[in-house]
Write a protein that binds this ligand. Structure first.
Ligand code: ADP
Ligand code: MG
Length: 633
């Protein structure tokens, strides 16, 4: 507690100093001038002083010294910030405030100067608070992380630290507890609240054998699960890792105000100078600048972004910074990866072709063996299939994976190549049939000759089509698909979800080249992938969004935003929230500028005394900020 107070004092010391000066100054004004009087017998109206305030004669100088000292301090801090900003090419807007403070000091409008200082220092504090607030929803996810789990051995239940949980452990989870690790349900039934990850408030019903994902909440009295992950590599800990990473970054609020700063500053200085020239009174110059101090411009945008970001996290979208929202809002090309993004991350084997005396079982055994180390979803599907069908893979050696293409290995000194058609062709494999099916597949060759293929059912994610049409409604010009898969398969899936531009048979580097090309033509690209094989493209695009594959590896390091559920509709929501946030942020900034400029014109004619102007300015601040908060709705 004491530490917390210390930290707060340290973080916001400028604000505290400003407030203290205000209180001391105000107290001096109110009581310092006074003295205690008593009525005389001559009548109640005549009072004689009994005590005179000792500092009475010093009230004015003390107040002036205090405020002037504060003004110098703030000017120094702000000037340093300004110089730093200018070096990075940012023309801050604080210069107006600093000139206004100086003008007020010269015209001896100390209290007006004080209010501008208060505005500046509270602005900085609010921005810091806003940054924290943006992360608030995310931190809640971390705070719920359980410390221990109930391990069941035979009939005894013991509490063990999370780190002690091993694969295959039987665990008990009670009502309202967080599922500690990923697992499979062994009880007959469970109701699970997945809202923290998916943003869906409706609990989900599960039955025996269903996957239960860590980080979700059990809503049934008691359930039993078998651990399929350790605490360290559970889905929940991966998400937490991503959240922590996001929290460590500054929010990068897009400082919209900076973009309007130069013209606004020049206009205000011109109006103020004009006022001085016309009235031949320097006070007028100060009065104009007091209403020009553009606090709402500085704050409205961050507040809108915080609201937008917190709305995202409520929907199970981790957004790493305010600039991500801006990029999403401005993107005019949305590129989708196919496998694992447009199609579901749980693929099943559909059928198996084989030739040259190989049986389908042998094909599965070979592929399962060479895919042993792969994280590709096709690999895990084949390995699962082998497990459930009692197919024992032979040990494979010198396994080498070519990302987005396939794998090489040797089994019993025979060279195995397994992967997509282009990959096999580039490795000079002969005998590949010309009539391959239009399905996602892994082709296999032994010693340079094709021996068969495994075909998968590729189910399109529910809601893909409507998500894509919503994106179009939200102003996305081109929706394209990038895939390593064959053209026919890609076209079938692409057309099913309403994507017309399809790039197929791409290696991960081809994907990067295509995105680069779009960017070089002045387009802004958002890339949506599952993070498997597409980390480089996610990083190349203006903004990368990773679809969380619920219950498996989240490759969110290179992405700017991560969708922690498997709802593809969240992409359209992310676009919607981003656009709305940008609109509100811009609206608040522009409205702030218009109001400021109008007031400046009124002040030009001498209708707004400095102190009244300072209060008016505060009122505008509050209004603009309230408007910016709407981005959360
Ligand atoms: P997408 O670009 O659609 O997400 P990927 O780049 O992940 O697809 O894979 C494209 C194709 O490359 C797959 O359909 C598969 O045929 C092949 N492939 C990629 N990685 C592997 C692997 N580890 N094993 C076998 N085949 C693979
Ligand atoms: Mg993929």
């Amino acid at each position: 507690m004491a530490n917390k107070i210390k930290q707060t004092l340290k973080n916001y010391w400028l604000l505290w100093t400003t407030i203290s000066v205000g209180i001391v100054g105000l107290a001096l004004q109110l009581f310092g001038n006074a003295c205690f009087r008593v009525p005389t017998p001559k009548g109640l109206n005549t009072l004689v002083p009994i005590v005179t305030c000792p500092v009475r004669d010093f009230v004015a100088p003390i107040t002036i010294i205090l405020i002037a000292w504060l003004a110098i301090l703030v000017t120094m801090i702000k000037t340093r910030e300004m110089v730093r900003g200018l070096r990075q090419g940012n023309f801050g807007i604080d210069i107006l405030a600093i000139v206004a403070i100086a003008a007020c000091l010269i015209t001896q409008e100390f209290w007006a100067a004080y209010i501008i200082i208060l505005m500046l220092s509270s602005g900085e504090t609010l921005e810091k608070l806003a940054d924290r607030r943006a992360r608030h929803e995310l931190s809640a996810l971390i705070k719920r992380r359980p410390q221990s789990a109930h391990l069941v051995i035979d009939d005894t239940i013991s509490n063990v630290p999370l780190a002690k949980i091993k694969l295959g452990d039987r665990l008990l989870v009670k009502e309202n507890e967080v599922i500690p690790v990923d697992g499979v349900l062994t009880s007959s039934h469970a109701t699970i609240d997945e809202s923290s990850l998916t943003g869906e408030s409706m609990p989900v019903d599960k039955s025996t054998g269903d996957k239960i994902i860590s980080g979700t909440i059990c809503q049934t009295n008691k359930i039993y699960i078998t651990a399929t992950s350790t605490a360290a590599n559970s889905y929940y800990s991966q998400i937490i890792h991503l959240v922590e990473e996001a929290e460590a970054r500054p929010s990068h609020f897009v400082n919209l105000a900076n973009r309007y700063a130069v013209p606004f500053t020049i206009a205000s200085l011109i109006i103020a100078s004009l006022a001085w020239y016309m009235s031949n009174d320097f006070n007028r110059f100060a009065e104009v600048l007091v209403v020009a101090s553009p606090c709402p411009l500085i704050l409205a945008a961050p507040i809108a972004f915080v609201s937008g970001m917190s709305r995202c996290s409520k929907r199970g979208i981790i957004v790493k910074g305010g600039d991500t929202l801006e990029q999403i809002a401005r993107a005019d090309v949305f590129a989708f990866d196919k496998t694992g993004t447009i199609t579901t991350d749980r693929v099943q084997i559909d059928h198996i072709d084989s030739t040259r005396g190989y049986t389908p079982q042998m094909i599965v055994a070979i592929v399962a063996a060479v895919e042993a180390n792969s994280t590709h979803i096709l690999a895990s599907s084949v390995i699962n299939y082998a497990n459930t069908h009692n197919i024992r893979p032979a040990p494979a050696h010198s396994i080498r994976e070519s990302t987005g293409g396939g794998v090489f290995a040797t089994i019993d000194h025979r060279r195995i190549v397994a992967g997509n058609q282009a990959f096999l062709e580039s490795n000079k494999i002969t005998g590949i049939p010309t009539n391959l099916h239009n399905q996602t597949s892994v082709l296999v060759a032994v010693n340079g000759k094709y021996i068969g293929a495994i075909y998968f059912t590729d189910t399109v994610r529910r809601g893909s089509k409507s998500a894509i049409s919503r994106l179009r409604h939200l102003g996305v010009h081109d929706v394209i698909m990038l895939t390593g898969d064959r053209q026919q398969t890609a076209e079938r899936i692409g057309h099913a979800v309403g994507i017309d531009k399809i790039y197929s048979q791409l290696s991960p580097t081809d994907k990067v080249k295509i995105i680069d090309n779009y960017r070089q033509n002045g387009r802004r690209v958002a890339m949506v992938g599952d993070g498997i094989n597409d980390a480089p493209v996610l990083a190349t695009a203006n903004v990368g969004v990773a679809m969380g594959v619920m219950g498996s590896t989240v490759a969110g390091e290179t992405a700017d935003a991560i969708i922690t559920s498997s709802y593809i509709s969240r992409i359209a929501e992310l676009r919607f929230i981003s656009k709305r946030t940008m609109t509100i942020a811009k609206q608040s900034v522009v409205a702030g500028i218009i109001i400021c400029l109008s007031l400046e014109v009124v002040a030009l004619f001498g209708f707004i005394p400095a102190i009244a102007g300072a209060f008016l300015q505060e009122a505008i601040d509050v209004l603009t900020m309230l408007n910016a908060l709407r981005a959360n709705k």
